[in-house]
Design a protein around this ligand. Structure first.
Ligand SMILES: C[S@@+](CC[C@H](N)C(=O)[O-])C[C@H]1O[C@@H](n2cnc3c(N)ncnc32)[C@H](O)[C@@H]1O
Length: 321
């Protein structure tokens, strides 16, 4: 599995400290487009009318204005844009240092495009995977998708890339959570789990019914044990430990979206996260002046992991991994 070289870790640590001291956003998600080739029933992006999509220079403009520690290139499906690779490269090469990753469903990652993606200098490639077998095709309504992912993830990992699977934990794939970690390890990849949210498509069908909550606790225990034995689960233990509280109906306050993490629409509008309303164009958005969000309606990893306390144990774990 990919191990971040110590020089890169120290560079990242220095950048993180500078980012905190200057009160800059930790992460910015750049939605290149809302267009998508998948037809997931838990996300509505693909149903939307085509939005204005800003040009490469504006994506760089976002990075230059906020100077975040990290940038996540996302969508819709980012590769629906023909200039996706050029945008990744431009965001990576803009003056200063940042950790750049992409989230993709993997469909467009032929060997040639995957190599071109790695050649941009991208730091991490996230491929979404909710099932460790051909059920993935049905999840995304893309026949043949699992076969493509099963080829390209180990292919990229074998070329020294930092590849991570992004897995939504929901009712249907609860028993697949551990097998996905095992599959990721066999492919040379890591995995980051996120709790399912009904918000993106107002779809409650994948939530955990009350009778499944005991099994959820068991699975979280299995993931904790696996995480201790192997280094390829990227979640913090705090995130796993807090999921049962959220599932039991207790709100988890303290979401830092809008201040530490910003979401930029294809047209350059900033919002706290993909589920909250647009606030203003990136050229006028001020994360320092904006009031903290009070939303407690989800516990996805994009908020939960950012809130996870920074402990000495985590720092040591990060330096050793
Ligand atoms: C909206 S997708 C866009 C990127 C790309 N098209 C993909 O599928 O990976 C970004 C991430 O959000 C996750 N996601 C989508 N709907 C979700 C939901 N309802 N709850 C939790 N995560 C969700 C996806 O699995 C994916 O990892």
């Amino acid at each position: 599995m990919y191990r971040l070289p110590i020089t890169k870790k120290l560079r990242g640590l220095a950048s993180l400290v500078g980012n905190r001291v200057r009160d800059r956003p930790l992460n910015i998600t750049l939605e290149l487009t809302r267009r998508c080739n998948a037809r997931c029933d838990y996300c509505n992006h693909w149903k939307e009318q085509k939005q204005d999509e800003q040009a490469l220079a504006d994506f760089v403009g976002v990075v230059e204005r906020f100077q975040p520690f990290s940038v996540t290139i996302c969508g819709g499906e980012p590769f629906m844009r023909k200039d996706a690779l050029a945008i990744v490269r431009a965001v990576k090469d803009a003056p200063g240092w940042r950790y750049v990753s992409i989230i993709t469903n993997g469909w467009f990652l032929s060997e040639e495009r995957a190599q071109a993606l790695l050649d941009t200098g991208i730091d991490q490639v996230n491929v979404s995977l909710n099932f460790p077998d051909a059920r993935q095709d049905g999840d995304r309504k893309l026949p043949g998708l699992f076969k493509k992912i099963a080829h390209i993830v180990p292919w990229m990992a074998a070329r020294g890339a930092n590849v991570q699977l992004n897995t939504i934990v929901m009712n249907e794939n609860l028993d697949d959570a551990l097998p996905i970690a095992e599959l990721a390890l066999s492919w040379g990849a890591s995995v980051m789990y996120t709790l399912y949210s009904e918000l993106p498509a107002d779809n409650h069908a994948h939530l955990f019914p009350a009778e499944r909550q005991a099994r959820l606790l068991e699975v979280l225990g299995e993931l904790r044990d696996y995480k201790r034995a192997h280094a390829n689960i990227a979640n913090t233990q705090w995130y796993f430990d807090t999921i049962p509280t959220y599932i039991s109906g207790t709100p988890i306050p303290g979401c830092t979206a809008g201040k530490k993490t910003l979401h930029v629409s294809p047209g350059g509008m900033v919002r706290a996260c993909a589920e909250l309303p647009m606030v203003s164009h990136y050229s006028t958005y001020d994360h320092r002046a904006i009031a903290p969000v009070t939303c407690t309606r989800c516990f996805q990893a994009c908020r939960g992991e950012v809130q996870a306390p920074i402990t000495l144990g985590r720092v040591v774990e990060a330096l050793r991994s």
